[in-house]
Structures are given as C-alpha cells and as structure tokens.
Design a protein around this ligand. Structure first.
Ligand code: 9MR
Length: 357
C-alpha cells in the first residue's frame, strides 16, 4: 500500500472514530430559521448597564446562523432610550439595529411603554408637565428614529393587572391618563411610522382565562374604534407542566379569530421554579425538550401562516436568562447551554418546526 493510500485510509478511520460528544459538537447544527417559514428571533442583552455588544461578538456565529430576528432584551426600554426629559440616546440601540441589518435579520422593538420600576426613567417618575403630550412625544421620537429599521413594536407592555386580571394594572401611566394612555400610544406610534406592525405584549393570557378575556375586550373595543393595533405578543414564560397546551392553543386561537398577528414574544421554559433542584438532570432536559416541541407545534396548529408574527426566545445561553439573573436558585430555561452547545430543548424546537409548516 502506498504512503498516500495509507494516509487516506488513516484519515477515513479517524473521521469515523469520534467520541460521541465530540462528533456532535463538530457536526453543523441545522438552523432554526431555515426550518421555519416565519421569523425566529432571539432577545439579546445589549446596551444596558451591565452588558454591551461584546456579548454578541462571543456568540456571533450562533446568533446569525440560527435566527433571523432580534429583540433588545433591555436596551430599547424607556430608561435607555429616553434618559432625560429632553434627551434621547440611540447609540447602543442603533448599533444593535445595524448589527441586525448587517446580518439580514429583522428587528423587533421592545418596548415603547412599560411601567416596570427598573425601566422607567427616573425623571418620568416625578414628571409634572402635560403627560399626554410627553408620552406622545416619547413614542413618536422613538418610532420616527427607527422607522424603516425596526419592523414591529411592542407599543405597550403588561398593562393588565396580574392578580386582578379583570382590571388594568395600576401604573404611573394609568394614574396620570387613565386607560386612554394605551390607545394614545398606538395612535401616536402609527402616525410616526405607518409601516410598523404594532403589538400589545403581555404574559399569562394563556394561563388565566380572566386575563385573556380582559385583553380580548380591549382588542374588540380597539377594533370597533379603529385604533391601530395589529398584533398580540404572548410572552410565554412558561414551565414544563403549566399552563396546559389546550389553554395555550385556545388563547392563541382567540386572537387569531380577531384577525391579528400573533407572536410568541419571549419564550422560555423554566425548569426549576417549582422543583428547586441543584443540578440539571437528563429527565428534566427531556421534559423541557418535549415542552418546547409542543409549544412550537401548538403555534403552528393554531396560527395560520399569514398571521404568524414569529417566535422569539428570551435569551441565547442559559446563563444569560433573566430567570438565572433574578432568582435565588439555578435554572436552565433556554435552547443553548453556557458553552453555546445545543440542548435537547433545541432539538425539541426543531422537531416542532418540522412536524408541520
Ligand atoms: O429579561 C429582562 C431582564 O434582564 C430585566 O432585568 C427585566 C427588567 O427590565 O426585564 C426582563 O425582561 C422582561 C421583558 O422586558 C418583559 N416581559 C418580562 C421579561 C422578563 O422579566
């Protein structure tokens, strides 16, 4: 046998002789975005007080090969874009928008109005002027700045109370303007960027029937009065065992029936909120895989192609998740582990996408 054919044979043997884990990590992952006919997005934590674009650089290959849509997890919230009454700061958000554009990804904006104390600009908390004019300016400055670059917006986030689910949430905005602040925000956004797809975004509509009903009442009222609301974002921060899949499907279908776009806007599957285990074990990862698959499949079954605004995962790596950041016990809610390796959850999503289209 010649030297050349011996070397070829050796190379062939080596290529088959791979410890299982290694072979898996070398094989290119199929891309979620190529398996879906709708937008598949990821939330990236940039432009806030702790993170910057370095995050993206480290995971660049994963982000741009797997996803075709991006949301700023924090960087486009009120506090960051509007830090002082007469100051808007678009520097970090522009960088993210530019990153998305450069990689052919569609940018979703999150979020023009949100009550959350940590994201409300301090100056706004004590604002004494004309609230309606101020909020209108806030919405319009931002929408105008990003017009043509940000395709869709969460205009108002979490305006329904989560305990008294038949009521508006008691926020500074409700206090100053009554529920009219919601429609005013949609009208202002539509005027500033008529091409933008405008969403109301909230959580728990799939687990609390009363909350869903209250939201449907708002939708029906807006549709009757031609307020420019185009879609609903179901955040879907769910657990492996709740809410049940039938509830999820009927909530999605109720919005589909009203002709609106439907996004799953902040998907993650927490494993540990009820169990509080110290380590992730294979049984849990399998439960999570099945859960991701059934949610993706529920979306495909319930939302017709023309109404699919897409699915966005609320973070890339487990360690970056808000659930890890904010809870005193560990959690592993996302599709990729801390090293960027695809978890069974990833394959669950892929299977869900391939079941139906
Ligand atoms: O994931 C976000 C986390 O990093 C922030 O600290 C937190 C407060 O701004 O917001 C988290 O994202 C929330 C999103 O903006 C709205 N829906 C609930 C999300 C999880 O709390």
């Amino acid at each position: 046998m010649s030297f050349r054919s011996t070397a070829t044979l050796l190379a062939l043997i080596i290529s088959f002789w791979q410890p299982e884990g290694r072979a898996q990590s070398i094989a290119p992952l199929p891309a979620l975005k190529d398996s879906a006919k709708f937008l598949v997005g990821v939330a990236l934590n940039v432009g806030n007080e702790v993170d910057d674009l370095v995050d993206i650089k480290e995971s660049a290959a994963l982000i741009s090969t797997q996803f075709n849509s991006i949301v700023a997890e924090n960087g486009m919230k009120m506090r960051f874009l509007h830090p002082a009454v007469d100051t808007y700061d678009f520097v970090a958000a522009d960088a993210l928008v530019e990153y998305a554009r450069g990689h052919g990804m569609i940018m979703h904006g999150h979020t023009l109005i949100w009550h959350h104390d940590s994201q409300l600009p301090d100056w706004m908390k004590s604002y004494q002027g004309d609230w309606q004019a101020m909020l209108r300016d806030h919405v319009q400055q931002i929408c105008r700045h990003f017009a043509g670059k940000v395709k869709s917006w969460d205009v108002v986030n979490e305006a329904i109370d989560n305990r008294h689910t038949d009521q508006y949430r008691a926020t500074l905005f409700l206090d100053k303007l009554g529920p009219a602040y919601i429609e005013q925000a949609f009208i202002a956004a539509h005027e500033a960027d008529p091409a933008a797809v405008l969403y109301y975004n909230d959580f728990g509509m799939e687990s609390k029937a009363e909350k869903l009903q209250f939201m449907l009442t708002i939708i029906d009222d807006f549709q009757r009065r031609r307020i420019p609301l185009h879609g609903i974002g179901f955040q879907m921060h769910v657990r492996v065992d709740s809410p049940n899949i039938a509830q999820i499907k009927s909530a999605l279908q109720a919005v589909v029936a009203r002709g609106l776009q439907v996004r799953i806007s902040e998907l993650d599957v927490s494993l540990n909120q009820t169990r509080k285990v110290a380590n992730l074990d294979p049984a849990l990862t399998q439960l999570q895989k099945n859960r991701y698959r059934e949610i993706v499949s529920a979306y495909l079954q319930s939302v017709p192609p023309a109404q699919r605004g897409g699915i966005t995962f609320w973070g890339l790596l487990d360690k970056d998740s808000w659930l890890v950041e904010s809870k005193p016990y560990p959690d592993w809610p996302l599709l990729f582990d801390d090293q960027g390796q695809a978890k069974p959850a990833f394959w669950g999503v892929l299977e869900g996408l391939k079941e139906l289209q």
